[in-house]
Design a protein around this ligand. Structure first.
Ligand SMILES: Cc1cc2nc3c(=O)[nH]c(=O)nc-3n(C[C@H](O)[C@H](O)[C@H](O)COP(=O)(O)OP(=O)(O)OC[C@H]3O[C@@H](n4cnc5c(N)ncnc54)[C@H](O)[C@@H]3O)c2cc1C
Length: 290
């Protein structure tokens, strides 16, 4: 299985699909059916998110291993610093390595439910750059992805400060940066200019979440701090009782965004697919990357 640097050597756009580990058997079946449908588009890799604590810790690596076995597509296991000491993080990395998972999305994670701010666990890590450094020290061959925020991370005082912190992750050895979801390409282009001027040299991959339901996307954007354009919001509001129409508007918006991003030199698209295939299929059909 390829590592992220090997994958991004490609001349064609790198398409990746992000999924989350389901909590039920039904969810599990539906995820694998979804992946079965999307596998025909030959995504370069599938990434699996990480939830904090307990049994959730092993779920991500297990899911990555199953996806690699079933579809022969490389995976990237997300990993956060939430609730784990350095030793526990190293344990997880060892299991990823033993399972043949060659890439890690190295994240700090969010404050656990009920807590106002993120606090490092005793003996744990405070920021994602420390996680990147730890992975590089112990697993020099691993591919490492990190998060980037074209519209600023919610806790950062301003974009230049946030960018300096992103640079710390790159200097610590990250291979590729994947952005938070956004709906206005101009915000991505402005950020990319600052990114390049700051001496960030690794691929910067836009993250796109196709809108399938207005209510859901409003909740998600409120949580992650993505800017929702007024014009798009009013179009969706006008059809708030018609889910099919919402999906159509959302998919068309995503198609236009992706086409423009690829025309403007984005190295690929990272799809936040939310374990659903229909919107991604429609977008990938329209992009016709074959
Ligand atoms: C592509 C992608 C995938 C994600 N996957 C998951 C997932 O699977 N599970 C999950 O729980 N969450 C996930 N998230 C969400 C992520 O965990 C949150 O956005 C979290 O709040 C920040 O994580 P980070 O890795 O960007 O943190 P960091 O890069 O550590 O940044 C966090 C904040 O601290 C500041 N900062 C960073 N380093 C320093 C430093 N050294 N000194 C001072 N300030 C600093 C930054 O400016 C920022 O405001 C994902 C986000 C993205 C974009």
């Amino acid at each position: 299985m390829k590592t992220l640097p090997e994958i991004f050597q490609s001349n064609s756009p790198v398409i990746s699909i992000e999924v989350f580990p389901p909590k039920t058997e039904q969810g599990d079946r539906s995820l694998f059916n979804m992946l079965d449908r999307l596998a025909q588009y030959k995504p370069a890799f599938i990434s699996c998110t990480y939830g904090a604590g307990g049994s959730e810790r092993t779920r991500t690596v297990d899911l990555c291993q199953r996806i690699q076995q079933q579809f022969e597509i490389p995976t990237t296991a997300h990993l956060t610093c939430v609730g784990s000491s350095r030793a526990e993080i190293i344990d997880i990395l060892n299991s990823a390595n033993a399972a043949g998972v060659k890439n890690i999305m190295a994240l700090r994670g969010d404050a656990p439910e009920g807590a106002q701010t993120f606090e490092a666990t005793e003996g744990g890590l405070a920021f994602a750059n420390e996680l990147v450094q730890l992975i590089r020290e112990h697993f020099p061959e691993m591919g490492i992805g990190v998060a980037a925020y074209p519209e600023k991370h919610t806790e950062a005082p301003d974009l230049p400060t946030d960018l300096k912190n992103l640079k710390r992750k790159i200097d610590a050895g990250a291979d590729v940066a994947f952005t938070q979801l956004f709906f206005e390409n101009d915000n991505f282009y402005r950020f990319r200019e600052m990114y390049e001027q700051a001496g960030c040299h690794i691929p910067l991959v836009p993250g796109i979440m196709p809108i399938t339901e207005f209510a859901r996307i409003k909740r998600i954007t409120a949580l992650c701090g993505a800017i929702f354009p007024d014009e798009l919001a009013s179009r969706l509001e006008a059809v708030q009782d018609d889910k099919q129409a919402q999906m159509e508007i959302g998919v068309n918006h995503a198609i236009a965004q992706c086409q423009d991003l690829l025309n403007q030199g984005a190295p690929g698209i990272h799809f936040y697919a939310l374990n659903k295939s229909r919107a991604c299929q429609q977008i990938l059909d329209a992009l016709d990357l074959s």
